[in-house]
Design a protein around this ligand. Sequence first.
Ligand code: NOJ
Length: 534
Amino acid sequence: MPHNASHPTPWWENGAVYQIYPRSFQDSNGDGVGDLAGIESRLDYVATLGVDAIWLSPIFPSPMADFGYDVADYCDVDPLFGDLAAFDSLLAAAHASGLRVILDFVPNHSSDQHPWFVESRSSRDNSKRDWYIWRDARPDGSPPNNWTSDFGGSSWEWDAGTEQYYLHAFLKEQPDLNWHNLDVRAAMMDVLRFWLERGVDGFRIDVLWHIIKAQGLPDNPPNPDYGPHLGERDKVLQTNSTDQPETHDISAAFRALADEYGERVLIGEIFLPNDRLCAYYGTPHRPEIHLPFNFALLENAWDARGLARIIADYEAALPPGGWPNWVIGSHDAPRIAARLGEAQARVAAMLLLTLRGTPTLYQGDELGIGEVTISQDRLRDPRELREPGLGLGRDRSRTPMPWDGSPHAGFSKVEPWLPLSDDWVKRSVAAQQGDTGSMLAHYRKLLALRREYPALAIGDYLGVAVQDDVLAFERRHGKERLLIALNLGDHECPISLPPGTSIADILHSTLSPRPFGGGLRRDEGLILLLEGTS
Ligand code: NOJ
């Protein structure tokens, strides 16, 4: 496949990833839920956006207790989404459009309906018993330890049939696999092989840092910062239930397997501080994950000084050869435009697409989908339903893509599984398509600039001292120098150019074009091409 042949770097280093949440992208068969044929029918849109790869949230057979993150068969496609033939067709069409395809691999847990778990819970002496994590109750009948599920309540579920508890880091319908068991590892390697042989270009690995638990399953320490405003997950620190040293053996094994197939990328979902996050790159002798997801922009306040420090700290934490990456939205996080408002969401897009490293975009953010109201009777996310009112729900980030002004926004012929966002008529692709000032045009322009200027795609990053509310940095590649200046505040701010430079061109503004007057308007971000004057 011809692909940015001018850069001798792996495709994911100069590419951008676009996350598709298949349930909400495009329905092709009129059941109100998106599917693979629907995605295939919209590939032109994705390719012309200017991204390089699509990552599909899980498409595998699933009872959908956690909307696909409860997998009942790792080597097939849920009928809701299509079948293996539909997947092969999508993969071929994506490749023909110059798009790579990344699947979501969910190794920490399966569905409780997976035949492995059905066998495992059938009796204590079943050969698959040890594929999951079973323990006796404490003498008083309580769970074996104090671990709490990410979705609230104990991480342990009592099985009356075999009179033991099993572990689940998420829902009870998502039992954790026992990665200390070598047969589990071998079976999961076969899963990866199955899809690699089919031609997928990589995997996003779900909750990678969870897969190994400390031997003996000791209690987790209480979280001193816990309060009732937090979900029950945060009652304890996940010291013994996550990020164990042996996890690195497993990610190195995933990598060794991926490397057998040429340029295939591994992206790890990992929420950890920089030092422990960056350990998942591995070492030159034992490489691990190409892109351990960096969620820093999602997790920190929107403030120039703080963000400058976060970027510098992350850059400093990267191991030699470790390629950075940045995320600003996902199916789990609040919409960026809801969090920051439209004007700063445009600044955020400019930041995401000009920082050094692979950006991951989430479907719909390029349309500026923001606040969404969902009535009580239409809430679907088990996280919200189990711990209501804490703002943990994820439905508002999962509403269907609005394509045009027809009923149901061109997403489906029937009422979709989740409602559309309130402002879908003005946010639709059709409404924004011809408008050069739209959020969609802004994303397209930014992605086009990444392809045009190697300084943006693969250049060095040089921080510039923060002045007022302005976050600024340079990207450099050879003689090419770009200054990115972002005003995160609500008043005009001056900017100073690096010594010995002048502006050769204003490549893009988050606001309407105008001659440069030495400063940034409120909410303005600029990309300036510099030239040397000395
Ligand atoms: C992370 C996924 O992104 C999220 O949607 C899911 O609920 C959990 N992992 C459990 O698989």
